[in-house]
Design a protein around this ligand. Structure first.
Ligand SMILES: NC(=O)c1ccc[n+]([C@@H]2O[C@H](COP(=O)([O-])OP(=O)(O)OC[C@H]3O[C@@H](n4cnc5c(N)ncnc54)[C@H](O)[C@@H]3O)[C@@H](O)[C@H]2O)c1
Length: 260
């Protein structure tokens, strides 16, 4: 579908499940060579085994909250495949609970992975991408959340870290456009991945009853986020930079008024 993605080299964090896995499958189908990171190496390996072309992917087990991880991922890409063109900051840490009861350690642990880990990724990606030169040196996609732009009970630390990711995206975009590097952020709505299905299953009536209340009447599929990522890293999006893209079936378009 995107002929310019053939042979491009992509790093995906949190590639062992959900959106990260769907993105790996799609980018690989489009001809990308991959570095698949996950905290759980066995899950990254399972994703690799599902690829159309598993030989064009390597895995990396590590915590993106550790500054060494991003450097290792960038080196793995350039040493294995000769360059780095795409970076998807997908892994995050969420924690549920009211701000009044959020400990310093909990706050820090969410920020360390969700925002600081993404910063480490952006920094390592930029260093490698600037070496490519040319009008399409690289594309970074950060995965934030609808919770970045609106308050959500119980998601204070996560939402604040995701809001930070929006600004990290915009500054990265304006500082690097002249190097041929674009950076955009996706704000997913509720997507049918293991943590979301687990949370929705605990609501009264289970997943289907929960999903029927949201605007599209269903959860999104991981592929629907992967499609947006694929578009944003392709040349079809060559003039899209520093943008926020909601992929939420219309959830964020609704007012908060009580319904009649
Ligand atoms: N599913 C949703 O409804 C939804 C909505 C909005 C935003 N998001 C965002 O989408 C992204 C992916 O979420 P998902 O729903 O696919 O989750 P998921 O749990 O299915 O996948 C996340 C993967 O990241 C890995 N991971 C977690 N912490 C890590 C770390 N410190 N270092 C490396 N890997 C780590 C996990 O092991 C897991 O394999 C996250 O940024 C999440 O905040 C998801």
């Amino acid at each position: 579908m995107y002929d310019d993605l053939e042979g491009r080299v992509a790093v995906i964090t949190g590639a062992g499940s959900g959106i990260g896995r769907a993105t790996a499958l799609l980018l690989n189908r489009e001809g990308c060579r991959l570095v698949l990171n996950d905290l759980r190496g066995e899950d990254a390996e399972a994703t690799r085994n599902l690829l159309e072309n598993p030989d064009s992917a390597v895995i990396h087990a590590g915590d993106i909250g550790d500054p060494a991880t991003a450097e290792q991922l960038s080196e793995l890409a350039t040493e294995t495949f000769g360059a780095l063109h795409i970076w998807v900051n997908n892994a995050a840490r969420s924690l549920f609970g009211p701000l009044a009861e959020c400990s310093n350690e909990e706050w820090d642990s969410v920020f360390q992975v969700t925002l600081t880990g993404a910063f480490y990724g952006v920094r390592s990606a930029l260093k490698a991408m600037r070496r490519n030169q040319g009008p399409q040196s690289g594309a970074i996609v950060n995965i934030a959340s609808g919770a970045a732009l609106a308050g959500e009970e119980g998601l204070g630390a996560y939402g604040a870290a995701k809001a930070g990711l929006v600004n990290l995206t915009r500054t990265t975009a304006v500082e690097n456009a002249r190097y041929g590097i674009r950076c955009n952020v996706i704000l997913p709505g509720p997507i049918a991945t293991p943590p979301m299905l687990q949370a929705a299953s605990q609501s009264p009536g289970g997943v289907d009853a929960w999903a029927s209340q949201i605007v599209p009447g269903r959860l999104g599929e991981p592929d629907e986020i992967a499609n947006a990522i694929c578009f944003l890293v392709s040349q079809q999006a060559s003039y899209i930079n520093g943008s926020l893209l909601s992929v939420d079936g219309g959830v964020s378009a609704r007012t908060n008024s009580p319904r009649f």
